[in-house]
Structures are given as structure tokens and as C-alpha cells.
Design a protein around this ligand. Structure first.
Ligand SMILES: NC(=O)c1ccc[n+]([C@@H]2O[C@H](COP(=O)([O-])OP(=O)(O)OC[C@H]3O[C@@H](n4cnc5c(N)ncnc54)[C@H](O)[C@@H]3O)[C@@H](O)[C@H]2O)c1
Ligand SMILES: O=C(O)C(=O)C[C@@H](O)[C@H](O)[C@H](O)COP(=O)(O)O
Ligand SMILES: [Zn+2]
Length: 356
């Protein structure tokens, strides 16, 4: 179960459940219409899931949205609203998000704002969505001025976790998800960092290990948000590596995957921590861990300090004088500090991120 303040909902883990009609019969409850928001590649990968949803009973529509970050725009939100309007979709009807974190962020926002809040079930299909995006109710739409600048908190009624989605993931997507898993290792559960998968082996060859990692990451995230859904205190620890990471992700024009950018953001935060505390070895440890699974530890995209700094100021956590930058001085712990001064921020960028 995930507790998000006063709301509690199940995170059910069962191999193959997404392709079974009874799963969906139970999830649909009394809805008369179901709207599946998904992307074309995901729909093509999982026809048996769409079939199982169709067989669950109510009328259903499939709203296909662009793949990846292109889904998280106000234009796509509007297209989803039009589809819901045409289907005379009510608050008691159900939005199903079938896809990765971009789909859960978009569908969560659409459900949360449709008639001030429709029902929502997440069916995550990437590792990243399974361990992170499908849990906790954050939704996000990008603007040209920054990532996730528009959003609501809207909790799903349930998260249907199914590890049979993982084997088809390209290695790069798997690594991107592992960045969020590693993040949980640095901020909350150090055992994660001693149990990382071997990138040379497939998911199926180390499935027990993946199950442990998913379990530890979900537990860590659920604990941090349980009493801070609105992201004012401990939940912010989940933003470790994101202040710089999401700025870099945006400045790269989304050529970097979310997890890759977060990996670079964690290296950056590690250096900031060293500069602020005088401690040593944090960057080295961070790079060692990330390198073990093949995540980037140096910035190769053409992103300047000025671009990153400018975008960091747009971060939602930032308000003058208030703690908004996450440090992890020791494996398994996190603290909040104020945004570093520009000179410190520039020094850290030059030390660990400057390309070339
Ligand atoms: N709301 C939150 O708490 C939260 C947390 C973390 C990340 N996010 C957001 O999530 C997004 C990143 O999510 P993502 O990494 O899942 O990216 P994504 O949704 O773009 O999916 C990545 C790619 O994988 C493909 N794909 C999906 N499932 C697949 C499968 N089973 N097999 C093969 N390919 C598959 C998709 O078609 C896509 O091309 C970012 O926008 C990030 O901001 C949100
Ligand atoms: O759930 C949270 O809280 C997180 O911060 C999880 C992050 O991994 C995720 O990328 C989130 O969408 C970032 O949120 P934002 O507030 O920085 O937009
Ligand atoms: Zn993230």
C-alpha cells in the first residue's frame, strides 16, 4: 500500500497481471467509460493489455499521445480533453495511464484536472515509471521555459505493477530507470547500492535482484512522501540530483533521458556537497556507482553553465532563503540546503560537468 497523506492506495505487484481481464474488471469498478492514455509504441508492444481492458466490460476509448517527452505539452493535454469530452467522460469514469513516466505524468494531469478530478489507475511500463513516476501523485507538463512547470498532485486509485513489461525495455531506458533507483540508494536505502544489476546480463537473468531493487525503491519513495505529499519537506529528498539534472535535461532538448540527466545532477550535487562541507570522496563514490550500471558521469551534451543556472532558478522548490537543494553527504542520508551561490554553482560545474 502507498499512503499519500490521508489517501491510501494499493501498489500491487503481480507478474502478467496487466494482460489479464480480471485485473481490469476489479480496477474499473463502477466506471461506465474507460479512457486509456498511451503512446503508439507502447500500444503496439502490449496489445494483450488493451485487449484485457476492452474485455473488462465498460465502453473504452484509447487516446494515443506522442511518445516520450513530446507527450507532456499543453497541446497534447488539450487533445486528451477533447477526446474525453467527445466520450462524455464523467468524474466517475476512469483514466488508465499505460506507459512510461511521460504517460503517467500526462494522464495524471489530465485526470486530475478533468472536471476537477477523475479517477486514475497507473499501469507503468518502464522501470522508471514502476519505481518512481507512478507513485505519489506528482503530475507534470513542460513549458518552453522549463520542465514540469505545470502540474497538480493527483493520486491514482491503484498502481498495477507488472515486471513482465521490463524485458522489452531498451538498455538505455533500463539504465534511466536505474538512476532513480540509485537515487533512492543515496538518499534513503544504502542496501540498493550494494545490490545493483550487472549491465551485461538481461533483466530476466537477474529478475530476483530487480524485484528487490523495485521493492526497496518503492518503499523508500513511499516513506518519504507519506506525510509530505505537497513536497514541502522530506519528499524533497526525492528530488536529489534533479535541480541541476532537470535543468540539464531541458537544456539538452531532451536528448538526454530523464535518468541520465538525474545521474549527472547527482554527480553535480555530490560536488556541491564537497564544496560546502569540505568532505571528500562523494563525487568519486557517486561516479563509481553510476558507472557500474553504465550511466553517464560526464556531461557530453552542449549545455553551458549559464543555461543550466538559468533553468535551475525556475525550479519549483526554489523560494528565496528557503532550503531547496538536496545533498547526500553519506550513503542513505539526505539533507536540504539553500540553493548554492552562483560562484559555488559555477565552480562545481567546472569541476565535474564542463564538457571537454
Ligand atoms: N511524477 C513523478 O513522480 C515522476 C518521477 C520520475 C520521473 N517522472 C517523469 O517521467 C518521465 C520519464 O519517464 P520514462 O523514463 O518512463 O520515459 P518515457 O515515458 O518516455 O518512456 C521511455 C521510452 O520507453 C518506451 N517504452 C515504454 N515502455 C516500454 C516497454 N515496456 N518496452 C519497451 N519500450 C517501452 C516508450 O515508448 C518511450 O520511448 C520524465 O518526463 C520525468 O519527468 C515523473
Ligand atoms: O515524487 C517526487 O517528489 C519526485 O521528486 C520524484 C522525481 O524523480 C520526479 O522526477 C519528479 O517528477 C520531479 O519533480 P519536480 O517537482 O522536480 O518536477
Ligand atoms: Zn526523477
Amino acid at each position: 500500500m502507498v499512503r499519500a497523506g490521508s489517501i491510501t492506495y494499493p501498489f500491487t505487484f503481480a507478474s502478467g497481471q496487466l494482460g489479464r481481464t480480471p485485473t481490469w474488471r476489479e480496477a474499473v469498478g463502477g466506471a461506465r467509460t474507460v479512457a486509456v492514455i498511451t503512446s503508439r509504441p507502447v500500444a503496439a508492444l502490449f496489445p494483450e493489455v488493451l485487449r484485457a481492458i476492452a474485455q473488462a466490460g465498460p465502453r473504452h476509448i484509447v487516446v494515443e499521445v506522442p511518445d516520450g517527452e513530446d507527450a507532456k505539452t499543453l497541446g497534447v493535454v488539450d487533445r486528451c480533453y477533447q477526446a474525453l469530452a467527445q466520450a462524455q467522460f464523467t468524474r466517475g469514469d476512469l483514466v488508465i495511464a499505460l506507459g512510461g513516466g511521460t504517460v503517467t505524468d500526462l494522464a495524471g494531469f489530465v485526470a486530475g484536472t478533468w472536471k476537477r478530478g477523475a479517477r486514475l489507475v497507473h499501469a507503468p511500463t518502464t522501470l522508471l515509471a514502476l519505481v518512481d513516476a507512478a507513485i505519489g501523485g506528482k503530475t507534470g507538463i513542460n513549458l518552453s521555459s522549463g520542465k514540469n512547470l505545470v502540474g497538480t498532485f493527483h493520486q491514482p486509485e491503484r498502481v498495477l505493477a507488472d515486471d513482465t513489461v521490463l524485458p522489452s525495455l531498451p538498455a538505455r531506458e533500463l539504465r534511466s530507470g536505474l538512476a532513480e533507483v540509485i537515487k533512492c540508494g543515496f538518499i534513503a536505502e544504502p542496501a540498493i547500492l550494494d545490490d545493483l544489476p550487472d549491465p551485461a546480463r538481461t533483466v530476466s537473468q537477474q529478475s530476483e535482484r530487480y524485484l528487490r531493487l523495485i521493492e526497496m525503491s518503492v518503499r523508500a519513495k513511499a516513506q518519504l512522501l507519506a506525510d509530505d505529499v505537497a513536497d514541502r519537506g522530506p519528499r524533497r529528498h526525492l528530488n536529489y540530483g534533479h535541480t541541476a539534472g532537470q535543468a540539464i535535461e531541458t537544456a539538452s532538448g531532451f536528448t538526454l533521458r530523464h535518468g541520465e540527466a538525474v545521474a549527472l545532477g547527482m554527480v553535480y550535487a555530490a560536488r556541491i556537497c564537497e564544496l560546502l562541507t569540505g568532505a571528500g570522496g562523494i563525487v568519486c563514490d557517486t561516479r563509481d556507482v553510476l558507472t557500474r550500471v553504465g550511466l553517464p558521469v560526464r556531461l557530453e551534451a552542449a549545455v553551458s553553465f549559464e543555461q543550466m543556472w538559468e533553468l535551475m532558478q525556475q525550479d519549483k522548490k526554489v523560494s528565496p532563503g528557503r532550503p531547496s537543494f538536496v545533498l547526500s553527504p553519506r550513503r542513505g542520508t539526505a539533507t536540504l540546503t539553500t540553493m548554492p551561490e552562483r560562484t559555488t554553482a559555477q565552480a562545481a560545474f567546472d569541476d565535474v560537468l564542463r564538457p571537454g
